[in-house]
Ligand binder design. Structure first.
Ligand SMILES: *[C@@H]1O[C@H](CO)[C@@H](O)[C@H](O)[C@H]1NC(C)=O
Ligand SMILES: *[C@@H]1O[C@H](CO)[C@@H](O)[C@H](O)[C@H]1NC(C)=O
Ligand SMILES: *[C@@H]1O[C@H](CO)[C@@H](O)[C@H](O)[C@H]1NC(C)=O
Ligand SMILES: *[C@@H]1O[C@H](CO)[C@@H](O)[C@H](O)[C@H]1NC(C)=O
Length: 578
């Protein structure tokens, strides 16, 4: 028999296809009449056509739920043929059937395998088996949504890619949520890569649809696409002066570079805290210290919360405040006090205003102009004569036409050690240096019944108002951190004498009187250890010069004179007092 040559029916005894069962030359066959031109006599063969199995859809992987149609084709086969299908060498369909196709739904992964088929004409033998065709059956697949680079410039787009693993023949549907539902965004065609471009962020999903059957994959997981714009917001200030004065109207504007045509929604922060001025491109305020801080802004597209810029660089707003220095800090009887008001930059053209700090009922001060200064001075230095008690001062500066003023400087104090009866602070025990473990009491006395106790930490220049007196009008201090401070009392217009107090957690201290010692009186300086008694040599220094070596840790000056004034310290066993 010959196979594969075209039929030449004109040489055949009977035209066309022969149904099986036609017998010639004692051979019973079925097939087509063929002539072989190589033979001298027209000789007839009956070539039996093979069965061909087709599986539709023809993907190598099919999924549970998909329908499959097996078709067994035998060329020229007509009525009277029967077909049978095999899977993995086992008869699969229920025996022979008269239709050449068999349709079924894939229900498990066992439905995958190698398929073939045979045909037969009634009464004749079976054709040869078709070539096997195989496919794999898999669980229903889930689509996967991935995005490309989401850092883009305004007007750019992000690619979203949908795929169903290890399989072909899909087209893809992309969905996006609105506030109420999922909305189909776009559907790609089969053969496309499954990639779309979107210009908005949001919540997306996708799924695949099998080309011919309409079989749907599961929806992908929800993907939140956040777009970060490379365009940066920038804060500008109007007026663009580098110095801002108290009371000036200031406008900060948030502008996205290169995003002019976009409708933005604005967000603001000051010192990393959100401001309630949401959705204002301009931030307007009247300058005062409470508006000082580092400002940042950020924007999102108005129609797309998921597309945002980064936060802008910080823009610092700092309302100008001069600094006042006072010299000397401790009043010297009869000497005047010099105030100097420092502005930044110290350029010409400023007028300076001078104030006295008046304690008010809150933990703050009000400011009263010093006599004769209400129209300002051209000199940034001002001299106060005849100051005898502790006092607080402040300054401000003004410039321009119309005149605008800085806010007040913080108060700066000049301290007096002189005790006067209408306002006095007493320290118990009466010494400058204390151990933190020992209790120390501070008592305000005088004309008022309402005192507040002030502490100025000399190392940090930090002013604080201590809580109201606790026991019998005295404030007790114990077990606080070691510190060096000046204390005084205030009430209404009254300021008490000020005292230096230092507290120490360990080592040795020098016991010396808090208050100035009148000339002619005796003074005893003691060197004290926190634990244990002094039992060997103690060295006393005055202005860093060794002056005495005492066994008992005690140094006595029987009648002090002004020449005894100075800074004393003691040294014992390798430890040195303040
Ligand atoms: C994304 O695009 C931006 C801007 O084009 C680029 O600066 C960045 O490096 C890209 N990131 C990645 C991960 O490709
Ligand atoms: C400002 O006052 C100080 C102290 O009173 C004085 O020494 C200085 O000369 C004055 N400066 C001017 C420019 O008047
Ligand atoms: C307080 O201490 C300072 C610096 O240590 C000193 O100049 C001042 O004279 C002291 N005041 C009194 C009243 O002892
Ligand atoms: C202190 O009190 C006396 C009488 O108790 C009074 O005359 C005097 O004005 C008071 N001083 C002040 C500064 O209030």
């Amino acid at each position: 028999m010959l196979a594969g040559a075209p039929p030449h029916s004109e040489n055949c005894p009977v035209q066309g296809a022969f149904p099986c069962g036609v017998c010639m030359l004692s051979l019973c066959m079925c097939g087509f009449c063929m002539r072989t031109p190589a033979l001298p006599v027209s000789f007839v063969f009956y070539v039996f056509p093979g069965a061909v199995l087709k599986i539709d859809p023809g993907w190598s992987t099919l999924f549970i739920g998909e329908f499959v149609t097996l078709t067994c084709d035998i060329e020229g086969a007509e009525a009277g043929w029967e077909y049978s299908f095999y899977k993995d060498q086992q008869q699969y369909s229920p025996g022979y059937q008269t239709t050449n196709s068999y349709r079924f739904q894939i229900t498990s992964s066992n439905d995958g395998g190698e398929y073939d088929c045979v045909g037969r004409h009634k009464g004749s033998s079976e054709t040869e088996k078709s070539k096997t065709v195989s496919f794999t059956a898999a669980e229903k697949p889930r689509a996967t949504l991935t995005s490309g680079n989401t850092t883009i410039s305004v007007g750019g787009s992000v690619s979203l890619s949908c795929s169903v693993r290890d399989s072909d023949g899909w087209k893809y549907e992309f969905y996006k949520t609105t506030s109420t539902s999922w909305e189909k965004l776009v559907e790609t065609s089969v053969g496309d890569s499954g990639v779309i471009q979107v210009s908005k962020g949001g919540i997306y999903q996708c799924r695949g649809e099998r080309e011919t059957s309409g079989y749907l994959s599961d929806m992908s997981d929800v993907a939140i696409i956040r777009i970060t714009f490379t365009n940066k917001p920038v804060i500008t200030q109007q007026p663009s002066w580098s110095q801002i004065f108290q009371g000036e109207k200031i406008t900060l504007t948030c502008e996205v570079q290169g995003g002019e045509k976009t409708d933005w929604r604005y967000y603001w922060r000051r010192n990393s805290r959100s401001l309630p001025n949401e959705d204002e491109k301009l931030l307007q305020f009247t300058a005062s210290e409470s508006f000082n801080g580092d400002y940042k802004c950020m924007t999102t597209r108005r129609d797309d919360f998921y597309s945002l810029t980064t936060w802008s660089e910080a823009f610092t707003v700092s309302v100008l405040r001069p600094k006042l220095s006072v010299s000397p800090s401790w009043l010297i009887p009869g000497a005047s006090v010099t105030l100097i008001c420092h502005t930044e930059p110290p350029s010409a053209g400023w007028s300076f205003y001078w104030f006295k700090a008046v304690p008010n009922s809150q933990d703050s001060y009000t400011y009263e102009p010093l006599p004769g200064t209400s129209s300002g001075t051209a000199n940034n230095s001002f001299t106060v004569h005849g100051q005898t008690h502790t006092a607080g001062y402040a300054c401000s500066a003004g410039r321009g036409d119309p005149l605008i003023y800085t806010q007040h400087s913080r108060p700066t104090f000049v301290w007096s050690s002189g005790v006067h009866p209408s306002a006095s602070l007493t320290v118990n025990p009466d010494r400058v240096q204390h151990f933190t473990s020992e209790s120390l009491s501070l008592t305000c006395e005088g004309n008022s019944s309402q005192w507040r106790l002030i502490r100025f930490l000399t190392d940090d220049s930090l002013l604080s108002f201590l809580p109201p007196a606790t026991i019998n009008g005295s404030t007790y201090i114990k077990n606080e951190a070691p510190r060096k401070a000046v204390y005084w009392c205030e009430s209404g217009t009254e300021f008490s004498n000020a005292v230096n107090i230092s507290t120490h957690s360990d080592g040795v201290i020098l016991v010396s009187p808090v208050y100035p010692v009148p000339v002619g009186e005796s003074v005893t300086l003691l060197c004290v250890m926190k634990t244990g008694n002094i039992s060997s040599d103690v060295f006393f220094y005055k202005n860093n010069k060794l002056i005495e070596n005492e066994r008992l840790g005690e140094m006595k000056i029987s009648a002090v004179s002004e020449s005894d004034e100075g800074f004393y310290k003691c040294q014992y066993n390798g430890r040195e007092s303040a």
